[in-house]
Design a binder for this molecule. Structure first.
Ligand code: NDP
Length: 246
C-alpha cells in the first residue's frame, strides 16, 4: 500500500489527527503538504517530519476562504505541479444545546467543517482532472451519522460532508477520481485525556471494542483509501469507531 511519488495535501495537519495522517502518508512514501491556519505550527510540523527523513513542505491557509485556498493551491502547483491526494481534515467544534447556540457558533462550525471541504475540493480537483486520477478523503465524524445532543452544528456539518462525498464521487468518477469519507468515533486526543475515570468507563461501555480509538486508527483508514488497494471504492464512509454505532 505504498504511496511513493504521491503528493498528498492534508488540511489542519499541524497537529492532532491530521498530523498523524500526514506522518503515516510520509511513512508510506508520499511527499506531504502540511497545511494549517497558523504558519509557525505548520512549519514546526514540516520541520519535525523532515528531520525524521520524510518529504514534507508547509503552506498556510484558512480553508474558509476561497481566495486563501486558491493562493495556497497556486503555490503548491507551481512547486510540485500536481496534488494526487487531498485529505480534508481541518475541523472545529463549538458545542452548545440548540437553544443556547449562537448564530456565530453555527456559522463558524459550518464554515470550517463544511465550506472548507467545498473550497479545497473545488480548487484542487482541477489538477486531478488534468491528471485523470486522484483520491479525495474527507474526515467526517460518527456524530454526523448518529447525532449528539449539544452538537447540532457539528453533526450537521459532518452529515453534510457525507452527502457532499457521495455527490462529488458521482461527479468525478469518470475522471478516475475517488472521493470517500472517514468517520471517526471517540478518538484519544487532548480532549479525551482530560476525562475522569467515571466518564471514561461510561464511554467504554458504549464501545464494543472496549477502548478509545487513536489518531493512528483514523490514519490507517486514510492510507487504505489513498492506496491502490481502494481504487474501486468511491462514495463510501468508513466508520472508525470500535463498533460504537452498530
Ligand atoms: P485538532 O483541533 O487537534 O486539529 C485541527 C487542526 O485544524 C488544527 O491544527 C487547527 O488549527 C486547524 N484548523 C482549524 N481551523 C482551520 C481553518 N479555518 N483552516 C485551516 N486549518 C484550520 O482536531 P482533531 O485532530 O481532533 O480533528 C481533526 C478532524 O477529525 C476534524 O475534522 C474533526 O472534526 C475530526 N474528528 C475528530 C475526532 C476526535 O475525537 N478528535 C472524532 C471525530 C472526528 P488551530 O489549532 O490553530 O485552530
Amino acid at each position: 500500500m505504498h504511496l511513493k511519488d504521491q503528493i498528498a495535501l492534508i488540511t489542519g495537519s499541524a497537529r492532532g489527527i491530521g498530523k498523524e495522517i500526514a506522518r503515516q502518508m510520509a511513512e508510506h512514501g508520499a511527499t506531504v503538504m502540511i497545511c494549517d491556519i497558523v504558519e509557525e505550527d505548520a512549519q514546526k510540523t514540516a520541520e519535525e517530519f523532515k528531520k525524521t527523513g520524510y518529504q514534507a513542505d508547509y503552506f498556510t491557509c484558512n480553508v474558509t476562504s476561497m481566495q486563501n485556498v486558491e493562493e495556497m493551491a497556486n503555490k503548491i502547483l507551481d512547486k510540485y505541479k500536481r496534488v494526487d491526494i487531498l485529505i480534508n481534515n481541518a475541523g472545529i467544534t463549538k458545542d452548545n444545546l440548540l437553544l443556547r447556540m449562537s448564530e456565530q457558533d453555527w456559522d463558524a462550525v459550518l464554515s470550517v467543517n463544511l465550506k472548507g471541504v467545498f473550497t479545497c475540493t473545488k480548487v484542487l480537483v482541477r489538477s486531478m482532472m488534468k491528471a485523470r486520477k486522484g483520491k479525495i478523503i474527507n474526515i467526517a465524524s460518527i456524530i454526523g451519522i448518529v447525532g449528539n445532543a449539544g452538537q447540532a452544528n457539528y453533526a450537521a456539518s459532518k452529515a453534510g460532508i457525507i452527502g457532499f462525498t457521495k455527490s462529488i464521487a458521482k461527479e468525478f468518477a469518470s475522471r478516475n477520481i475517488t472521493v470517500n469519507a472517514v468517520a471517526p468515533g471517540y478518538i484519544q486526543t487532548e480532549m479525551t485525556d482530560k476525562l475522569n475515570e467515571k466518564a471514561r468507563e461510561e464511554i467504554f461501555k458504549k464501545i464494543p471494542l472496549g477502548q478509545l480509538g487513536t489518531p493512528q486508527d483514523v490514519a490507517g483508514a486514510c492510507i487504505f483509501l489513498a492506496s491502490q488497494a481502494a481504487d474501486y471504492i468511491t462514495g463510501q464512509t468508513i466508520v472508525v469507531d470500535g463498533g460504537m454505532a452498530i
